[in-house]
Ligand binder design. Structure first.
Ligand code: ADP
Ligand code: MG
Length: 757
């Protein structure tokens, strides 16, 4: 029996899934696999684990496992469910890559999908669990996909052995056919239960003209108009990244100052904005026409879609009163600071500190309208209360990989129609709402219907190694919900063979046999050791070699630093005044100086960027890993904490694999000796051997674009050492690099000099 607080009980009763409890639990009782669909906010994540608990799934020896693709969700949902059930976090717990609070009394365990995959490696039958819930399956994260494939085999196996087990797949949008209609996955389609959310109609307004370059400016102007002209109700703005979010927050706070809170602390205005702001203040204010608020057309999202598909022309949709008034003409939209209508502006993105994130769940101060400026995180994982207006820029930032060369880049691309409709839906949670799309309906109709599954978009060598370690030799035959391309599979096996993780395929025999053999190489003992490390195979190889000459603590630190993103703070911000500009220049100079110091002297210089990382982590730990030290020296504090946790975890993993090692994490690590540096360079070369680049010889005879360029085996064009790299001036003949990232040029990241023999 669960003893809930009355206010919790009352809030629960309003959630759509509550009405379906019996139907859902009966389906789970009768079937091995069940798919549950329901709009974001309908109560899937918070309530289904409670239903299972109350139906006794955690009382017969097994526990309830719930997987989430995002760490934030695993942590915050475990807290929320513990609170709702009035149970301690020792009973409703979480486990993510670096930390957790699981105890022997844990009955409901929230974890990231990666954590469960690792557990399958230890116990293929997952005997701890009586039921697994895969949450957010629509996100199609790589690990979620793999887990569904594996569980489609594990669950029947368990039931055959008389150890009953259930799988529940939960998804927000309705594209579940990849799971249900995939005969390799489930021979008979599992039942799909759809929960009707209490969704109010959302009127969708398209721009006549798509905002191309300046969509953040357009988002700002649209938000201002909504705030000035439309009745109360929260505004949610979708942008693509942290920098955009901050810039729009700043401008909105400037336009509608809200006094009486500390919300302005993180806002520093750029000179460009100040200039615009002054200009606006001189211009006479344009008075905007009043709108008749009783005359809205209230079209539900879905009906709007039908209209579009039926080919009704743009003007018919865009010609409503609301659109005339909130038109997409930038000219009349300059804003003048107006403190009489305060706007409570909050940023929301995944790297934001949790206590900042939590603010969006609390009601805004009286008299002020809530405005959340968010990245994609607000699309499905989090439900913000009280949103009535959505402003959608129609874009998302994603990482892209070249299938052949592995070169990656972050690009802003159009979202899918499914995402656009998800975003629009956020406006209709509490009452009828409006969604303003900063693009035309013609552009919308060119969007793809759904976003692609992640597994088709990235290299898969880590997955292939994990699968081989699970003794799945023929990875091509694995029941993927959506299979990766065969190119990706072939290049993954090739890399793993070259790292020594898989056995070499036979070189002789019939062509077809050789082809087949290339895709079914068995794992080697080295491969098994590598699979035990929670990092990508190239880094796992370095760890596997790390025991030479006492290098292990250094290898662990370098690998930890390489796998954590953006450890250095970048100072590319524009200064708003001369004073600030000289302050910024001073900081920049100090950062450069520190990095030079960390790069060391003599032979350690050749370790290049990796030595800088090693030196930075060493110095930071020596100083006790304090936020002030990071701030002064250009290190990202959050990244440093993550590196610290990862070092601990990798150290444990190494000790588990080689029990005689006895390495420990030393916060007062001395720099490596000369012979250790030589050894480290060899270890790095062994891991990154396929990322070798050679300085172009006789470059004067070539195209000027090759100046200071490097040639790599797979790319026709040159790659470069970034000006911020420790080896930028040295330009060694041979280097290995962590990865190539394309920004203004193709730049190598994490460069280290090598001398191949
Ligand atoms: P779903 O998984 O279907 O998207 P959830 O179970 O996450 O739905 O959310 C159900 C409700 O619980 C939502 O109205 C949401 O706002 C509320 N909720 C979730 N987490 C919190 C929290 N930490 N504090 C307050 N309310 C929350
Ligand atoms: Mg959820």
């Amino acid at each position: 029996p669960v003893d809930r607080l009355p206010e919790i009980q009352e809030a629960r009763l309003k959630l759509p899934v509550l009405a379906e409890e019996q139907v859902i639990m009966e389906a789970v009782r009768e079937n091995e696999f069940v798919v549950l669909c329901g709009e974001t906010g309908s109560g899937k994540t918070t309530q289904i684990p409670q239903f299972l608990y109350e139906a006794g799934y955690a009382s017969a020896g097994g526990i309830i496992g719930v997987t989430e693709p995002r760490r934030v969700a695993a942590v915050s949902m475990s807290h929320r469910v513990a609170k709702e059930m009035n149970l301690s976090t020792g009973v409703v717990s979480f486990q993510i890559r670096y930390e957790g609070n699981v105890t022997k009394d844990t009955k409901i365990k929230f974890m990231t999908d990666g954590v469960l995959l690792k557990e399958i490696q230890k116990d293929f039958l997952l005997q701890k669990y009586s039921v697994i819930v895969i949450d957010e399956a629509h996100e199609r994260s790589v690990y979620t996909d793999i887990l569904i494939g594996l569980l489609s085999r594990i669950v029947p196996l368990r039931n055959k052995k008389g150890l009953p087990m259930k799988l529940l797949i939960m998804s927000a949008t309705l594209r579940v056919e990849d799971f249900t209609e995939n005969k390799r996955l489930f021979r008979t389609s599992p039942p799909v239960i759809s929960v009707e959310a209490r969704q109010f109609p959302v009127t969708v307004h398209f721009n006549k003209h798509t905002a191309m370059e300046d969509y953040t400016g357009e988002a700002f102007r649209k938000t201002c108009k909504i705030h000035r002209m439309l009745p109360p109700g929260g505004i949610l703005v979708f942008l693509t990244g942290q920098a955009e979010v901050h810039s729009v927050c700043r401008r909105l706070r400037k336009a509608f100052p809200y006094r009486g809170s500390v919300q302005h602390t993180d806002a520093e205005d750029t000179s460009e904005e100040l200039r615009k702001f002054k200009k606006v203040n001189k211009k006479k204010t344009v008075s905007l026409p009043r709108i008749d608020l009783d005359n809205y057309s209230a079209l539900p999202v879905d009906e709007g879609d039908e209209d579009r598909q039926a080919g009704i022309d743009d003007d018919a949709e865009e010609g409503s009163d609301l659109d005339l008034d909130l038109g997409d003409n930038p000219e009349d939209a300059e804003e003048k600071a107006d403190p009489s209508i305060p706007l409570y502006v909050l940023p929301l993105y995944s790297l934001l500190a949790p206590e900042q994130q939590a603010k969006v769940f609390r009601p805004p101060p009286p008299q002020a309208r809530l405005c959340v400026v968010a990245t994609n995180v607000a699309e499905t994982s989090l439900t913000i209360p009280g949103i009535k207006y959505v402003v959608d820029c129609g874009r998302v930032k994603k990482r892209f990989y070249d299938k052949v060369t592995g070169v990656s880049s972050f690009r802003v691309t159009w979202i899918s129609q499914a995402s656009a409709n998800q975003r629009a839906g956020r406006a209709g949670r509490t009452e009828p709402g409006h969604c303003y799309r900063l693009y035309s309906s013609a552009v919308f109709s060119d969007f793809s219907l759904f976003s692609e599954a992640e597994i088709t978009r990235r290299p898969v060598e880590d997955l292939v190694l994990q699968m081989k370690d699970l003794n799945i030799e023929k990875v091509v035959n694995f029941p993927f919900p959506t299979p990766p391309s065969s190119e990706a599979l072939v290049s993954a096996e090739r890399l793993l063979v070259s790292l020594g993780a898989l056995e070499e395929p036979p070189r002789q025999g019939r062509m077809v046999d050789m082809e087949r053999a290339r895709l079914s190489c068995p794992i080697t003992p080295l491969g098994r050791a590598m699979a035990a490390f929670p990092v990508a195979p190239r880094y796992a190889k370095m760890l596997a070699l790390g025991r030479q000459q006492g290098c292990m603590p250094y290898v662990i630190t370098i690998v930890a630093a390489m796998t954590v993103r953006e450890i250095f703070e970048e100072l590319d911000r524009q200064a708003s005044s001369e004073q600030e500009s000289s302050k910024l220049a001073g900081r920049k100079a100090r950062f450069v100086q520190m990095r030079r110091l960390w790069a060391g002297q003599g032979p350690s210089l050749l370790l290049g960027d990796l030595m800088v990382m090693l030196g930075a982590v060493g110095a930071c730990e020596f100083a006790g890993c304090m936020p002030s030290f990071c701030e002064e020296n250009g290190l990202r504090y959050k990244a440093m904490l993550e590196i610290r946790r990862l070092r601990g975890q990798l150290t444990n993993a190494v000790n588990a694999v080689c029990s005689d090692m006895g390495v420990c994490v030393d916060s007062k690590m001395a720099p490596p000796t000369e012979s250790q540096v030589v050894c480290l360079r060899q270890i790095v070369l062994a891991g990154l051997g396929d990322h070798l680049a050679r300085r172009v010889q006789a470059e004067e005879m070539l195209d000027p674009k090759w100046r200071n360029g490097y040639k790599t085996p797979l790319l026709d064009d040159p790659v470069f050492i970034h000006p911020s790299s420790a080896l930028h001036k040295t330009l060694p003949e041979f280097v290995v690099y962590q990865e190539v990232m394309e920004t203004t040029k193709m730049y190598m990241k994490g460069v280290c000099a090598v001398q191949p023999d």
